[in-house]
Design a binder for this molecule. Structure first.
Ligand code: IPE
Ligand code: IPE
Ligand code: MG
Length: 252
């Protein structure tokens, strides 16, 4: 057992896929009378900590909300700085990601990103493609409603091409056309900064995810806070529509 991991955590019952809405960078900075961008820079340090710790624990997939489709409407300077911070993160961390056996992945409309950022994203995907540790996914220019609309477009194309019949379309057809088709089921969704909403993140995938909210701003979120979320997840009874009695006698 790794001494850096809280011994109360049952490593055999980890959430397979953890999503995080990394929120509160701006407020963290404002509290310190710093520009918002300083908050984003501090937020990247939290990304480093949580990626390493999640991978060390043996989490299969970690999906971080890094930039939403709606975030393009922020002031130009902030958007530009966020794109630069993304590239700095990949430049700096790619070697460590490779060393830790992490596979890098993205979801969202990557073609919206400036070319210098797209190049780094593609490079990180290619260089880590043969890794079989944790899958680290960044959601970039991501919108869950857009993702579902994209899946609908794809299914319509399949129907027009005669590959499927509209009457046969079921949940698994939608799921296999989502950006997350190759990822495990989302088990735990964390949001920092005290906001109690999903902000257009993984709406389909969150159908039966356990939700965890904390007041900590993202730059303050450390391995302890992450472990608290995992412990909270492990203390819950997931019923999936069944009664408690059924769950208690369910064969796993
Ligand atoms: C989250 O922090 C980072 C991004 C959305 C890119 P915010 O920038 O939303 O921080 P607050 O919500 O203004 O505090
Ligand atoms: C959600 O945070 C997007 C990311 C964390 C990247 P926002 O700060 O953009 O969400 P709202 O605007 O408070 O809902
Ligand atoms: Mg915010």
């Amino acid at each position: 057992m790794d001494p850096r991991i809280d011994p109360r955590i049952d490593l055999a019952r980890l959430p397979r896929h953890v999503g995080i809405i990394m929120d509160g960078n701006g407020r963290w900075a404002r509290k310190r009378m710093l520009p918002r961008i300083a908050g984003h820079r501090e937020g990247v340090k939290a990304v480093d900590r949580i990626v390493s710790h999640a991978s060390r624990m043996g989490i299969r997939a970690l999906t971080l909300y890094s930039f939403s489709l709606e975030n393009w409407s922020r002031p130009r300077d902030e958007v530009n700085a966020l794109m630069e911070i993304l590239v700095e993160f990949l430049e700096r961390e790619l070697n460590r990601i490779l060393r830790e056996g992490i596979r890098f992945n993205v979801i969202g409309h990557i073609e919206d990103l400036p070319h210098f950022a797209q190049d780094w994203v593609k490079r990180a995907i290619e260089e880590t493609a043969d890794r079989n540790g944790m899958i680290l996914t960044l959601a970039l220019s991501y919108s869950a409603r857009r993702e579902i609309a994209d899946a609908a477009q794809e299914l319509a194309r399949e129907a027009v091409a005669g590959k499927i019949s509209p009457d046969d379309i079921d949940e698994s057809d939608v799921a296999r056309n989502l950006y997350t088709a190759d990822l495990p089921e989302l088990d735990l969704l964390i949001r920092t900064s005290g906001e109690l909403r999903l902000s257009n993140y993984l709406l389909w995938q969150a159908a039966y995810a356990e939700l965890y909210f904390t007041d900590a701003y993202w730059p303050e979120f450390g391995t302890r806070e992450f472990e608290d979320a995992i412990l909270s997840f492990q203390a819950r009874v997931r019923k999936f529509g069944l009664t408690e009695e059924q769950v208690a006698t369910r064969k796993v």
